[in-house]
Write a protein that binds this ligand. Structure first.
Ligand code: FAD
Ligand code: NDP
Length: 452
């Protein structure tokens, strides 16, 4: 065995990767970033057999945002293979046959439990070792659990979360089993808002509970949140704010029936959905890679503190040039773009090509009910300027918000924008124009974005 290992090591060092489970380029994780990285490797001309992807999931990489939107719809629900990457950005759909055709080994249902980066070895749950020349870490984030906050009872069968397709299937099953039942959604962030809307569309009675004074405080101002909260209320969703869950009470069937809140209230529940934030899955790399802001620190081409090890997507903390700051971004646009940039850099290095560093403009979006918003830039500054019609009863609500810092537009939010308007606000966030008169900006609303 020792001899074989030495032989394999020599071949690895020579750049030959003929052994099973040895890859010149190994992508750890099979989510959005992994899929876009695979496509970029092929575009950059890798040879068959050089790239492997290891994923805990049982399917090829897909566009994760579909899970909290199309996948949960009561009618014409999205199902794989429809939303494999890269359809979310208008690209080719990479189903399993694409990986086969391009000589990329897709190793599914495989959870890596140990990463020995110095010896370039990953080990899976069943003890299989995988060797790499270059490693790209793309394992994203893990959802927080109520038990992380000391809440008891979240192991019950009907306490669900939404991170991957298995979770989405469980929610679909639960919606069928508890038809017209009562759902309690814990958390008023991205997941809570999107899943809450989907449950309501499936005719469940929905109560949302969150500790914040308004929903999605990571991004929304009080005024923006007010619109969505009123809209949700008009759809029959009950919102209970500024309190949290302290206990989940199960029956003899191990199903939660009552959700107890800190403010003393008790809610009846048939399903509990927990969306209380996510954290980068850095556990495997503690003590081996430099971390920053909870993620793996990288340079502008996503190289970590170790040569030949890269990190992309949710897990990367990278220099955001625009704002001259190290940041992490937990959104799909960055997952796609960081993946493409990292691979461009890795392949460029081999060819002696100079590759420009990542220059990213934050872009977030959501779609619920008939609503759709986009945000570009940074939600910082001393002033926010709301514009448009925030009446939730309007046929097509359309409003927005500018964030202004030191007299410059830093971020723009737009609900109900057209394709041209969304393009214009994106441009505006890049340019960061000066604002002379705030009143004029309010009156002009989104048309200001067309004055560039
Ligand atoms: P992920 O896509 O999460 O992929 C990580 C992969 O690594 C998974 O396949 C996982 O199984 C695998 N993995 C993890 N640990 C291991 C291990 N130890 N061994 C092997 N494999 C492992 N963003 C938006 O901008 N817009 C949206 O509308 C939107 N909707 C979302 C809806 C949901 C339900 C969720 C959960 C996220 C949503 N996001 C959205 C966020 C976006 O999907 C993420 O930012 C993006 O998926 C990050 O890509 P990633 O490749 O870094 O991680
Ligand atoms: P978010 O961070 O968006 O929201 C978590 C929410 O839960 C916050 O409002 C948070 O409040 C609240 N919370 C925290 N602790 C508790 C608690 N103990 N009880 C009740 N509420 C609590 O995370 P999500 O879970 O919504 O989303 C997970 C990941 O998925 C994120 O990376 C997100 O970016 C991504 N995602 C993105 C989407 C999009 O871009 N459209 C859609 C769906 C998911 P506080 O702020 O006070 O901590």
């Amino acid at each position: 065995v020792g001899e074989k290992m030495n032989e394999a090591k020599e071949l690895l060092e020579e750049g030959k990767y003929y052994f099973p489970n040895s890859f010149k380029y190994l992508i750890l994780g099979g989510g959005v970033a992994a899929g876009y990285a695979a496509r970029e490797f092929v575009k950059q001309g890798v040879k068959a057999g050089e790239v492997g992807i290891i994923s805990e999931e049982s399917v090829a990489p897909y566009e994760r945002p579909a899970l909290s939107k199309g996948y949960l719809l009561p009618k014409n629900a999205a199902r794989l293979p429809q939303f494999h990457v890269c359809v979310g950005s208008g690209g080719e759909r990479l189903d399993r046959s694409w990986y086969e055709k391009n000589g990329i080994e897709l190793i599914l249902n495989t959870k890596i439990v140990k990463a020995a980066l110095e010896s370039k070895t990953l080990t899976s749950e069943d003890g299989t070792n995988f060797k790499f020349g270059t490693l790209i870490i793309a394992i994203g984030s893990k959802g927080l659990k109520l038990r992380d906050f000391g809440v008891k009872g979240d192991e019950a069968k009907n306490v669900l979360c939404l991170r991957d397709i298995k979770d989405a299937d469980q929610i679909v099953e639960a919606m069928k089993a508890k038809k017209n039942g009562k759902a309690v959604v814990v958390g008023g962030g991205y997941n809570g808002l999107e899943v809450g809307a989907a449950l309501r569309l499936n005719n469940l009675s929905v109560t949302m509970v969150y500790p914040d004074p308004w929903c999605l405080p990571r991004l929304f101002t009080k005024e923006i949140a007010e619109f969505y909260e009123r809209y949700y209320t008009s759809k029959g969703i009950r919102i209970i704010k500024e309190t949290s869950v302290i206990n989940l009470e199960s029956d003899s069937n191990k199903e939660v029936k009552k959700v107890k809140l800190k403010n003393g209230r008790e809610l009846e529940a048939d399903i509990v959905i927990v969306g209380i934030g996510a954290r980068p899955a850095t556990g495997l790399f503690q003590g081996q890679l430099e971390l920053n802001k909870g993620g793996i620190k990288t340079d502008g081409l996503f190289k970590t503190s170790m040569n030949d090890v890269y990190a992309i997507g949710d897990i990367a903390c990278f220099p955001m040039k625009m704002y001259n700051e190290m940041r992490r971004v937990e959104h799909v646009d960055h997952a796609r773009k960081s993946a493409m940039k990292a691979v461009e850099g890795i392949m460029g290095k081999g060819k002696g090509k100079v590759v420009e560093e990542y220059d990213y403009l934050p872009y977030f979006y959501s779609r619920v009910f008939d609503l759709s918003w986009q945000f570009y830039g940074d939600n910082v500054g001393e002033t926010t300027v709301m514009f448009g019609d925030r009446n939730p009863a309007a046929k097509k609500p359309k409003f927005g918000c500018y964030w202004i810092k030191d007299g410059k537009v830093m971020g723009i939010f737009l609900e109900g924008g057209s394709a041209e308007e969304n393009k214009a606000i994106k441009e505006l966030a890049w340019v960061q124009p000066k604002v002379g008169d705030v009143k004029e900006l309010k009156d002009k609303g989104v048309s200001f974005a067309f004055e560039l």
